[in-house]
Design a protein around this ligand. Structure first.
Ligand code: ADP
Length: 827
């Protein structure tokens, strides 16, 4: 039978079996659940359908595959039953057709009664709506003993073949992916046996000789090699930071110590990232146990120093699998007892446990899972018999494919090296961010002169915030200041931007002064948009007067243009020849070259939270469209990336503008979409509009047009999020980025500063950028080349093609009009 047409598809060559049947692929979630799994499942389903495949979900992970479907319908009938259950009658001019498979079975309640003993379920486009923002996994997961046995896997192979499925996306941890690899390697034998036993026909055998599998790594620990980040880890870090931030205030009030245990049996990623994101005092992880036998004494001396400086609270993060150098566990209770016995601190233990798994996925997990889910389908459909199974990974900001078993083997190697006490070897197997963050943690939490540079290399480093406040600015300043102190430099806070410098608003940043800054939004130093042109001579004079040897400039486009001015003025003012580094920080992410700026993750999270609530309200009122207006100036980053994270159906960005024709088409599409919703099952839909998308078609105007054009099918409301997007508390991702990048900035300044003499050459003034899979220092001239200076944004931003993905995933656009290539290689 023919595949179900959705979204005006069939524009590309369809993957088909020999007999004309569409390819059938299935997706399952297995092992421990993690936030973002639902987003991954929904994107696999929709991308699969978009590609002309029939898509199935398997409930309860590998166990569902072993169990198969208990109803006695013939397998052929079963596989083709209800391909389009209902609700497909409304066909819009652009070819959109809503589909419902058997996905209703996913929601009919709990357990056996709910899904009637059927584990392998054909799903349609609308069965996965609303999945993107849900926590856990809606299709269920289980740990399957039967699948560990060969007989169980043979049964799984039988169930797959009987449904005509020979392409599988598995979302799970290293255990689940190991299972996937075993199944794939045994597949030919299973099929031969099933044929010999007469359980499958020769035709089945011939049609499904190869099983292709692609893995998506869903794990909250971030313990998988071959990817910088696993689906769910970012959300787990959110949960931890929320908890520790709350604990911090009560700890401070009572002058207490808190020992916080976080998940991670063989992987300290969560613990390290939590420690730097919350400004913790001490840390225990499996990969790098304390170097000394007396870890208790070492910890107490660190904490004592902090207390002597005036700290009122002590936070110690302990990974579940923390050990000493002799592999003896260091537990939260051990740590507590030491603090009570040796320091007499009022100490409490908080074990975060399963709260870390739960809750709605943060924005980054939704985006990661979306892009990886789509890429998984692409990888599956392009797989050849000889291609290895891949996992879809992430390297900085690029989506990658890695051989699955190499990644699994390397992951398991970490545990082996830890067991063999080869801790350096274990650490080397982690991604570079891990070690850098670990070092940054020690540099910013210990007070020691061990790493001081020789006297003549010590600098006076000015730190200044320019432009609008952005979450993460303070965290960057804290780490920069503390890192400076650990190297023997003098960090100087320049308050209130360039005018502040002119007014001598400059003072040394002490270790304790910046202590609480990690978690604070806004700008503790104070920031404004004034440019150095206000008084170049005065600025040169003040830099000289305060003996500033190097400058760290934190901010967005204004910070960037400030540096352009200073570079140009170097010919006239010798003082501007000191090394200067720009750390991009702006919620609108409009700085050229860099893929991300500090604050840009927080703003998307704020948008996601707001939109989740708005969507709920829109859905409750059934046929309602909400137009949500975002900030961002001439840069559509927040609207486009936010739209992907919230599952909006339409997005308007300044880069692409709004025309009357566009609006007419969108109204028509919305009417068709609401018409095709099942009666009583209509949903609220979101449209995201960036504030400067059009001066004529404002948010209010669009709202009025939609109300008029809804013609009884839908109505419209709008909301302007405005300054709320500047965020309160920085997201953990902005905090960890701030820490990592600021240390690199100071290293750059050290490298280029020559005490007593001015730096020369253009390479002494630069920005630090994340581009694709690289983190690099980019000279200012390259930054300028990548900028649209008039519109104050990047020339070809990496995220703009995601607009096409938003529309593809809402069914508004078809493959003919969307280029997959740009977002396949980038995140
Ligand atoms: P995770 O995927 O989160 O690491 P587990 O290690 O519990 O979780 O694995 C999930 C499931 O994957 C197991 O219940 C089992 O069914 C399957 N599995 C794990 N390891 C293997 C293996 N070596 N061979 C076959 N199946 C396995």
């Amino acid at each position: 039978m023919a595949a179900t047409p959705v979204g005006g598809l069939f524009t590309e060559e369809q993957p088909r079996k020999k007999d004309g049947e569409p390819k059938k692929l299935a997706v399952l979630t297995s092992g421990g659940d993690s936030a973002g799994m639902n987003a991954a499942v929904s994107r696999v389903v929709r991308m699969g359908i978009t590609r002309g495949c029939q898509v199935f979900v398997v409930r309860e992970g590998w166990e569902g595959l072993v169990q198969g479907n208990s109803d006695s319908s013939s397998d052929e009938e079963d596989a083709n039953s209800n391909p389009v259950k209902t609700g497909v009658q409304a066909k819009a001019n652009n070819g959109f057709v809503a589909t419902y498979g058997d996905g209703e079975l996913l929601k009919e309640g709990e357990g056996e009664a709910g899904f009637k003993g059927r584990y392998i379920i054909r799903v349609g486009w609308d069965d996965v709506r609303g999945f993107v923002g849900e926590g856990g996994t809606l299709i269920g997961t289980a740990r399957s003993v039967a699948f560990r046995e060969r007989a169980g896997r043979k049964r799984a192979a039988y169930n797959l073949v009987k449904h005509g499925i020979d392409a599988l996306v598995v979302c799970g941890g290293d255990g689940s992916l190991t299972g996937a690899d075993v199944l794939r390697s045994e597949w030919p034998e299973h099929l031969k046996e099933l044929l010999a036993e007469g359980k499958i026909s020769q035709e089945d055998y011939d049609n499904h000789k190869i099983l292709n599998i692609v893995g998506l790594v869903g794990s909250i620990d971030n313990d998988m090699a071959g990817t910088d980040l696993t689906i769910g880890a970012a959300t787990a870090l959110h949960r931890i930071c929320e908890a520790v931030d709350s604990i911090s205030s009560t700890a401070s009030s009572h002058s207490r110590a808190f020992v916080v245990e976080v998940m991670g049996r063989h992987c300290g990623w969560l613990a390290v990232m939590a420690a730097i994101s919350t400004g913790a005092d001490h840390l225990f992880i499996p990969e790098q146990p304390p170097a000394v036998d007396d870890w208790a004494g070492e910890m107490c001396s660190v904490l004592k120093q902090h207390r002597e400086l005036g700290k009122r609270k002590s936070i110690i993060i302990v990974a579940e699998g923390a050990i000493d150098k002799n592999l003896k566990p260091i537990t939260a209770d051990n740590v507590k007892q030491v603090l009570i016995d040796q320091l007499g601190l009022d100490t409490r233990v908080t074990t975060l446990g399963h709260t870390q798994r739960g809750g709605r996925p943060c924005a980054y997990d939704r985006i990661l899972a979306s892009l990886q889910g789509c890429e998984a389908v692409e990888a599956l459909l392009s797989a050849k018999p000889e291609t290895p199974s891949y996992i879809i990974g992430l390297a900085e900001n690029a989506i990658t494919r890695q051989p699955m078993m190499e990644a699994v083997a390397q992951t398991q190697e970490v545990a082996k090296r830890i067991a063999a006490k080869d801790f350096d070897g274990a650490l080397a197997l982690r991604d570079p961010e891990f070690a850098e963050c670990l070092n940054a943690f020690y540099a910013s939490s210990r007070i020691s002169d061990a790493d001081y540079l020789p006297q003549d290399k010590r600098l006076r480093i000015g730190i200044i915030h320019i432009g609008a406040p952005a979450p993460g600015m303070n965290a960057a300043t804290r780490t920069a200041a503390r890192y400076c102190l650990s190297r023997g430099h003098t960090p100087l806070g320049i308050y209130n931007g360039w005018p502040g410098l002119l007014e001598d608003n400059v003072s040394e940043l002490t270790w304790l002064r910046v202590d609480q800054w990690t978690t604070r939004g806004g700008s503790e130093l104070g920031t404004n948009r004034k440019q150095p042109e206000i008084d170049l001579e005065g600025i040169a004079y003040k830099l000289e007067e305060h003996k500033i040897d190097a400058l760290l400039v934190i901010g967005g486009f204004e910070a960037f243009t400030s540096l352009i001015t200073l570079e140009q003025a170097r010919a006239n003012y010798r003082k501007f020849k000191i090394p200067m580094i720009h750390l991009p920080a702006t919620i609108s992410n409009n700085v050229p070259v860099t893929d991300w700026s500090l604050g840009s993750d927080t703003s998307i999270n704020v948008l996601v939270e707001a939109c989740d609530s708005i969507k709920q309200s829109a859905s409750a009122s059934r046929n309602r469209v909400f137009v949500v207006e975002t900030q961002g100036g001439e840069c559509g980053y927040i609207s486009v990336v936010g739209a992907l994270a919230v599952g909006a159906v339409i997005v308007y960005a300044p880069e692409t503008g709004i025309s009357l024709k566009m609006l007419a088409q969108d109204c028509e599409w919305l009417r068709a979409r609401y018409k095709s919703d099942l009666k009583g099952k209509s949903e609220g839909r979101l449209i995201i509009r960036s504030e400067k998308s059009s001066s004529c078609y404002t948010t209010e105007v669009i709202n009025k047009i939609l109300n008029e054009e809804g013609r009884g099918l839908f109505d419209s409301r709008f909301v302007q999020l405005g300054h709320t997007l500047q965020g309160g508390t920085p997201s953990p991702r902005d905090r960890t980025r701030a820490v990592r990048l600021s240390v690199k900035c100071i290293a750059f300044l050290e490298q280029h500063a020559r005490k007593g003499r001015s730096g020369e050459g253009q390479d002494t003034i630069a920005s630090i950028c994340i581009t694709g899979a690289n983190l690099k220092i980019v000279p200012l001239r390259e930054m300028v080349a990548g900028a649209d200076m008039k519109k104050r944004r990047a020339k070809n931003p990496w995220w703009l093609p995601l607009k096409g993905m938003v529309e593809l995933m809402s069914g508004k656009q078809n493959l003919a009009n969307v280029s997959l290539a740009p977002w396949r290689s980038k995140l």
